[in-house]
Design a binder for this molecule. Structure first.
Ligand code: CTP
Ligand code: MG
Length: 180
């Protein structure tokens, strides 16, 4: 049953990226304050610092995990291809979150307002979609083939709970304005 474990461990950069964006975020918004049809394109909650600070730091964690676990098994393809997979997962998660903010603003949902389904799944969808585009073979081998699909199910079912727990922690630590 190593397949599900690898699938879950390999997904850690995607799971961490948005939390680390909260830590590094702030400063100029990605949409430069621009509006589209009365509402902001993305809003002040999506910043360049959050995108790159979160994306790069989550990828660094992925690289560290790759080397730690390489004593027993490989989480990613050998480098430099593995590096691309790690960055794709972390930036895919952040792009999913940015996409969700775009959709929320178009629906007139203000920045920071809880949007339960989207807030929990945006990053999973973003990370999986981008990795399918960038390295479909690795995605197939890790998340579908053998017993890897069990890891995928565990991610889809379990990660929203983890996401919620981390957000409550971020709120209590004063890093986030809302507990979601
Ligand atoms: N953050 C950031 N840049 C990002 C993502 C997040 O700076 N690309 C920071 C912002 O300070 C943001 C906080 O992390 O307020 C929490 O992220 P999130 O909950 O995704 O943003 P919200 O403020 O809730 O805005 P939205 O309604 O657009 O999701
Ligand atoms: Mg939010």
């Amino acid at each position: 049953m190593i397949g599900p474990l690898i699938a879950i461990l390999a997904f850690i950069p995607a799971m961490l990226a948005n939390s680390l964006a909260v830590v590094f975020g702030g400063g100029p918004p990605i949409d430069s304050g621009k509006k589209w049809n009365d509402n902001r394109v993305l809003g002040d909650g999506k910043t360049w610092r959050g995108l790159f600070g979160g994306g790069i730091s989550a990828a660094i964690v992925g690289v560290i995990l790759y080397f730690i676990f390489s004593l027993r098994f490989y989480l990613y393809p050998s480098f430099p291809g593995g590096l691309l997979v790690i960055f794709t997962l972390s930036f895919g998660a952040l792009l999913g979150d940015i996409g969700a903010s775009f959709v929320k603003r178009r629906r007139g949902v203000p920045r920071g307002k809880n949007s339960p389904i989207m807030d929990r799944y945006d990053f999973i969808v973003g990370a999986f979609l981008l990795i399918i585009l960038i390295d479909a073979d690795w995605f197939y081998q890790t998340y579908i083939e053998g017993d890897g699909w069990i890891g995928t199910i565990i991610i889809i079912v379990g990660v929203p709970f983890l996401h919620r727990a981390v957000n409550i922690l971020g709120y209590k630590l004063g890093l986030k304005d809302e507990p979601w």
